[in-house]
Design a protein around this ligand. Sequence first.
Ligand code: FUB
Length: 325
Amino acid sequence: MTCKPNHYRPALAALCFLAALCLATAPLRATNPAITDTFTADPAAFVYQDTVYLYVGHDESPEKNPHYLMNEWLCYSSTDMVHWEPHGSPLSVKDFTWAKADAWAGQVIERNGKFYWYVPMQHATIPGKAIGVAVSDSPTGPFKDARGSALITNNMTKATNIGWDDIDPTVFIDDDGQAYLFWGNTKCYYSKLKANMTELDGSIQVVDLPKYTEAPWIHKHKGLYYLSYAYGFPEKTAYATAPKITGPWTFRGILTEIAGNCNTNHQAIIEYKGRSYFIYHNGAMEPGGGSFRRSVCVDYLYYNPDGTMKRVWQTTEGVSVPPAQ
Ligand code: FUB
């Protein structure tokens, strides 16, 4: 028997119909939590070449274990804020010979085609937390330790004598090319970075902020600098604004309320395809979500005409695919 091309046409038509149906019914709206393949926390995100890259900590704590168990960071990407492609774990504590545990909140930034990932961990030999920096040629890694030693150790910061104040780095490159690193628990520290992004440039300063706990995030919108942070405990998110990155900072109030199902919060704020987004975590993913098994969520962020930010509503519905521009 010979197969004639015409015999395949109905099957081909049916396949095309099914493909069109799948495309038409692909979800246009996310739900929160937005990342559901595993427990994730401490989001940081940036836009590079029209794609959003999201970096999170991996909450690996077993259910009912009231402690963090975090050994690695994960990366995801999206071109619509609804569908997130996982890129696995491009960085873990094991990539830093001088560190021993606690892959807590970090942030990635691009400079001159290289990607720098600032991360806090427990130092193996110097008591307390410390901050390291990893580098890659790609936003999805692989990343490697850029220094072979910590950039910041607990004995470099004296504003408090706790051992966990050197955590939660956030990095920002100002319009004049000067890079700044902000970080800290109970004290908000900052310092300039050299152009190589792997060394501090000058002294460490402290920003005085009401009820500052941790999780600083710097962003700029329409010429104004914003410093958002975890406020009190359990954590709300609050923020301050300034005309320059070095201040003076004016406290502007609460940005979002406590999650209720998780005692921390940790935000990233980005603009993408004409909209502003608030990326954060809560303990809502079932089964087993909570303070040590968190999940990353995405909601819209809105500004008032005077530059202040409207309070963010943490929703179950999440965000929609942005319209084509
Ligand atoms: O994930 C561990 C710590 O909890 C982070 O460093 C803080 O920001 C808080 O989310």
